[in-house]
Design a protein around this ligand. Structure first.
Ligand code: BES
Ligand code: MN
Ligand code: ZN
Length: 537
């Protein structure tokens, strides 16, 4: 498939609601042959370090003195690299290089060997996976992404990847497919020199005694999830002039038609009719009309309960409103709809995976702009639930749109709620770019979600919701204020949302620090990450 000449195919004034980007789809095949027998542009094997580093690590943690007493050679224990495959032919091609002592055990370092003797592959790519003892599917996902990015940058379009035998076959296949798809995404759509290099076909070489049919299903499901994650990343990547609330709604609608979901899109009239005063308070300042997007998945035979509600913040650009943000870095606020895009992508995956449970996806999409019509600090808005909110800071807009989104989800019959939002700078202060913040009112549901984080290879960290924090959002004039100040800012925001989830079991994901990769990594490009989609699905 050729990438249409994107920059030239769109008239400057037509951002049109058409899917301007398309997915980097990748064919995935399973193979149960001997790796050496596979004809491919490149065969990829993981090299793990089997060195016994344990005592060295213990020494260091005990006392500095112990470290000093150890000899130089002990400190710099050489990596003992071994390939994660039982194929003797593949091992022997790499044997000299691995034994040379020239390589570090550092993860994601690569070596590409051409015309490997005794293999049918044209190339053998070795990727270092770090310590064998600590190697998990979390690392494997990243190695698969690294393989994709290393090979596609060389113009290679297909390869075979040897699943490491130490990880159960299904878990390995899932991680490889998802990781490879994530690696295949690049955000440079509007560059004239876009190379559009991508991998078209991946063969996974799985262990011989696995259940073939089950593995095929795993690979299929993983492809749906990986592609949905990239679908979300495409939405997040678009700048705000090409991703208005209306365009976001159109993209959701097109997706829903493709996968057979019901989709309703409402505008300002309906938002006012529903008395969504918090949502409208944000939307009223913008010339771009807001959109309330409601996607419904209701499979035949689904029980009446539970009904899951997925609610996303869809601020297509956050200037801060009258409490305007500084110019420096404001361009990044195009990704303030990442939570909403995550829910749209999650609904896509859910519609294709067909679980037997009803799910409703709700995205509150708006710009947050300063204007003569904009809400002002000190204004009081009445949310759909009837609670009154004193607007202290118009830049705390995400919680306003979500307040009405969460309440509306409950009105539509949702018995369980999850929201995702790039909600606070404070969560970035607390957890950096590594962990997303998770808040939950129900421990049992939190535990289930935490388990999903592990299976999906996504890092999230739970933050508290103690009643003491409620003092921070007290108002003299109204029921609550929309900003609890700097300290514990991510928690204050979550406490605000809790006022609208009330007794309904609810999980809140603050993805402000994790929805955008600040730097490229060997396994993923810079730009939108698609965080949370895999755990949610
Ligand atoms: N969209 C921002 C949060 C954000 C910050 C997302 C950095 C991504 C990266 C949100 O609407 C916001 O402005 N929050 C304020 C809240 C404050 C005014 C209480 C913040 O975090 O500063
Ligand atoms: Mn804001
Ligand atoms: Zn925002």
């Amino acid at each position: 498939m050729a990438q249409p000449g994107l920059r030239n195919s769109l008239p400057a004034d037509d951002t049109g609601g058409l899917p301007v980007n398309f997915l980097p789809t990748m064919k995935t095949t399973l193979s149960f042959s001997t790796p050496a027998e596979i004809e491919t542009e490149a065969l990829v094997a993981i090299a793990l370090d089997h060195a016994e580093k344990d005592h060295a690590e213990k020494d260091q943690s005990v006392k500095g003195a112990t470290v000093n007493q150890r000899s130089e050679s002990e400190k710099k224990e050489k990596p003992q690299l071994k390939l994660a495959t039982s194929d003797g032919a593949v091992q022997s091609v790499a044997a000299d290089l691995l034994a040379s002592g020239e390589l570090t055990g550092r993860p994601f370092e690569t070596n590409l060997l051409h015309k490997p003797a005794g293999l049918k592959a044209k190339r053998l790519l070795l990727i270092r996976g770090g310590a064998a003892k600590k190697f998990t599917s979390y690392d494997l996902r990243r190695i698969a992404g690294t393989a994709v990015r290393t090979l596609k940058s060389r113009g290679i379009r297909s390869f075979a990847f040897i699943a490491p035998p130490s990880i159960p076959a299904e878990e390995a296949v899932r991680a490889i497919v998802e990781g490879a798809l994530v690696g295949n995404f690049d955000p440079d759509y509007y560059r004239s020199d876009r190379k559009n290099q991508k991998i078209d076909a991946l063969t996974i070489v799985a262990g011989g005694n696995a259940d073939h049919a089950a593995l095929e299903k795993t690979a299929q499901d993983a492809r749906i999830i990986g592609e949905s994650q990239n679908f979300t990343r495409d939405l997040v990547n678009e700048p705000s002039n090409r991703m208005t609330p209306t365009i976001l709604a159109d993209r959701a609608r097109t997706m829903c038609e493709e996968v057979g979901l019901k989709c309703e899109v409402y505008g300002a009239d309906k938002i006012k009719e529903l008395k969504m005063g918090a949502f409208w308070g944000v939307a009223q300042g913008s010339d771009e009309p807001p959109a309330l997007i409601v996607m419904t998945y209701e499979p035949a035979g689904a029980p009446a309960k539970p009904v899951l509600g997925l609610v996303g913040k869809g601020i297509t650009f956050d200037t801060g409103g009258i409490s305007i943000k500084p110019a420096d870095g404001m361009e990044k606020m195009k990704y303030d709809m990442a939570g909403g895009a995550t829910m749209i992508g999650a609904m896509r995956a859910i519609a294709m995976l067909k679980p037997k449970v009803k799910v409703i996806g709700i995205v509150c999409a708006s710009e947050n702009m300063p204007s003569g019509k904009a809400q002002k600090p000190g204004d009081v808005q009445i949310a759909m639930s009837g609670k009154s909110i004193e607007i202290i800071n118009t830049d705390a807009e995400g919680r306003l749109v979500l307040a009405d989104g969460l309440f509306y989800a409950r009105q539509l019959g949702c018995t369980h709620l999850v929201d995702a939002a790039t909600l606070t700078g404070a969560v970035v202060v607390a957890l950096g770019y590594t962990n997303a913040g998770v808040f939950a009112t129900d421990d049992a549901i939190y535990e289930r979600f935490h388990k999903a984080n592990g299976e999906a290879g996504e890092k999230m960290w739970r933050l508290p919701l103690d009643d003491e924090y409620k003092d921070n959002i007290k108002s003299t004039i109204a029921d609550i204020v929309n900003s609890g100040g700097r300290w514990g800012g991510a928690i204050n925001a979550a406490m605000f949302l809790r006022e609208f989830a009330e007794e309904t079991p609810w999980i809140h994901l603050d993805i402000a620090g994790t929805a955008w990769m600040e730097e490229q990594k060997p396994w993923i490009s810079k730009g939108p990450s698609g965080i949370a989609l895999r755990s949610l699905v």
